[in-house]
Design a binder for this molecule. Structure first.
Ligand SMILES: *[C@@H]1O[C@H](CO)[C@@H](O)[C@H](O)[C@H]1NC(C)=O
Ligand SMILES: *[C@@H]1O[C@H](CO)[C@@H](O)[C@H](O)[C@H]1NC(C)=O
Ligand SMILES: *[C@@H]1O[C@H](CO)[C@@H](O)[C@H](O)[C@H]1NC(C)=O
Length: 486
């Protein structure tokens, strides 16, 4: 608990901050900073990257102490998530909610601290594929966290939100939008809470997934450049999936009596690799079209008065350690590659005409691991090594539609070996592959297919639990393989 005097000082500071931000009513572009990567850039390097690009808002899926520390004093507004897996605890125990708020919010706030504005309770907790397992935890968790914020004197400044997936509502025409029937009750409660608390409704919208999942989806409807397949809804004409989706939500909220509720887009973006419709051009055209659309304040047919629209791009970086269950594009959502380099020119409308790269990134030496050309390869052994390497490292660019799909069989092997070698911090033993691999200092990249060089983790923080888990999987794999071969 804070001293009462500090509390009062904090409160004054919060008032000043709230007042100064209330003057700004413009659309803003923020980013999701996901951290499911093998090697993290130093948090301070990333905060400098955000500042250099004048990105005012950032969203996290959970509270990472090193990152929150790095954001202190930056002036960047922050949304911190409570993962779905924690909802059971936080919803059942006010003490656990108090502890969460104390450890993950209060500690970082105050003068010179981090400017945490939102707590996201769960992430897409109503996703159909969760079969309702988190659904009934959301409201009790919200109530407990809100009570904890009241006790910490932060309620009103730090607002609770719930990022919802777009499959929470449905309809063939935007004006007919409604929440899924089984969600009506909980959505009513949620929207009532958000309204009384002055919180926005947060939704994630993915035209890319509509296109990817549905062969009949008209490709040009996913973008913002006009379409030969507009959706005609009474007097309204929709020329892009974003507006159609947004207005379906507006209609669903209207049905609950909250048609005016502010809406914030929690995630939106386009991946640049790993699938046919995921490429650099499409990602740039989509993101630039989206940003121009949002900053143009044109509104949508159901909200023509153009209230400012806040969006969080998905995502800041590529995340090479993400699960590829959703598809092999899943590791390529970043506007920056894993090492903080801009993938394409993008005008965020925030001052810079193009993105600025991360500075002072420390790379490993310019060395790559490739298939040894002097070896005649035993195909089964090579296939086993490749499978092993790619089960740990990222090889998704090799897939159909990916940037490295056309590099041939030898190229495939080299790519897999190199990914693994960089992941192992260029440890010489990791390029052995029973003598099939060799280290080279000439860059094997071909055309658009980049063979990566890893970044050091000097000064960054220990590898994530996910990496440790994947190393265990690898060790098991090797043991099983050994026992099969012997
Ligand atoms: C703070 O957040 C982190 C990340 O989600 C979590 O691991 C930790 O348990 C939280 N602290 C408390 C006291 O709940
Ligand atoms: C990139 O994706 C777009 C959108 O799906 C597609 O029209 C285009 O053909 C793709 N470009 C390449 C080079 O594959
Ligand atoms: C290279 O690997 C990719 C992904 O597994 C596969 O689609 C492609 O056919 C491979 N190319 C060759 C020449 O084996």
């Amino acid at each position: 608990m804070l001293e009462p005097r500090i509390k009062a000082a904090n409160f004054m500071w919060l008032l000043v901050m709230a007042w100064s931000s209330a003057l700004v009513v413009e659309s803003t572009i923020g980013v999701n900073w996901g951290t499911v990567t093998f090697r993290k850039l130093k948090p301070s390097t990333v905060v400098d990257l955000l500042k250099d690009n004048k990105i005012p808002k950032v969203k996290f899926f959970e509270a990472d102490p090193d990152i929150l520390k790095a954001l202190m004093g930056s002036g960047i507004q922050v949304m911190v998530g409570i993962p779905n897996e924690m909802l059971a605890l936080v919803s059942s125990s006010p003490a656990a909610a108090d502890m969460w708020v104390r450890q993950n919010i209060t500690t970082y706030m105050g003068k010179g601290g981090a400017d945490i504005r939102y707590i996201a309770v769960g992430n897409e907790p109503f996703l159909t594929s969760y079969n309702g397992q988190f659904q009934n935890l959301v409201m009790p968790a919200i109530r407990n966290i809100q009570q904890s914020l009241v006790k910490a004197n932060l309620a009103g400044y730090v607002k609770i939100v719930v990022p919802c997936n777009a499959d929470a509502y449905e309809s063939s025409l935007p004006s007919q939008g409604a929440f899924r029937p089984e969600l009506t009750q909980i959505m009513t409660q949620l929207v009532q809470f958000l309204n009384s608390n002055g919180s926005p409704f947060i939704v994630n919208i993915y035209p890319f997934l509509s296109l990817y999942d549905n062969g009949d989806f008209p490709q040009d409807y996913a973008f913002f450049e006009g379409t030969t397949h507009p959706v005609i809804d009474g007097n309204n004409v929709y020329t892009n999936a974003f507006d159609g989706n947004y207005d379906t939500l507006v209609a669903a909220l209207s049905q609950l009596g909250y048609g005016q509720m502010p809406i914030v887009i929690g995630e939106i973006g386009w991946p640049s690799d790993g699938a046919p419709s995921a490429n650099l051009t499409a990602a740039r055209v989509f993101n630039q079209g989206l940003i121009n659309h949002v900053l143009g304040n044109k509104g949508t047919p159901l909200r023509p008065s153009a209230p400012p629209m806040d969006i969080y791009l998905f995502s800041l970086f590529d995340e090479g350690a993400k699960s590829i269950l959703p598809g092999t594009f899943e590791r390529h959502w970043g506007i920056f590659s894993f090492d903080g380099q801009a993938k394409y020119p993008l005008h965020l409308g925030l001052g810079n005409k193009v993105l600025k790269n991360a500075k002072n990134v420390e790379y490993l030496p310019s060395r790559w691991c490739v298939a040894n050309p002097s070896r005649t390869n035993d195909l089964t052994i090579v296939a086993n090594h490749m499978r092993l390497a790619c089960s740990v490292a990222d090889c998704t660019t090799l897939n159909y539609g990916g940037s490295c799909n056309g590099i041939g069989e030898k190229g495939n092997i080299s790519y897999a070996f190199n990914s693994y070698y960089q992941l192992q911090m260029q440890d010489a033993r990791s390029c052995d592959f029973d003598g099939l691999g060799m280290v080279t200092s000439s860059d094997p990249s071909v055309g658009n297919c980049r063979f990566l060089v890893g970044v050091t983790d000097k000064g960054s923080h220990s590898s994530s639990t996910q990496t440790k888990y994947q190393l265990w999987v690898l060790i098991l794999f090797v043991m099983i393989q050994r026992s099969i071969l012997s």
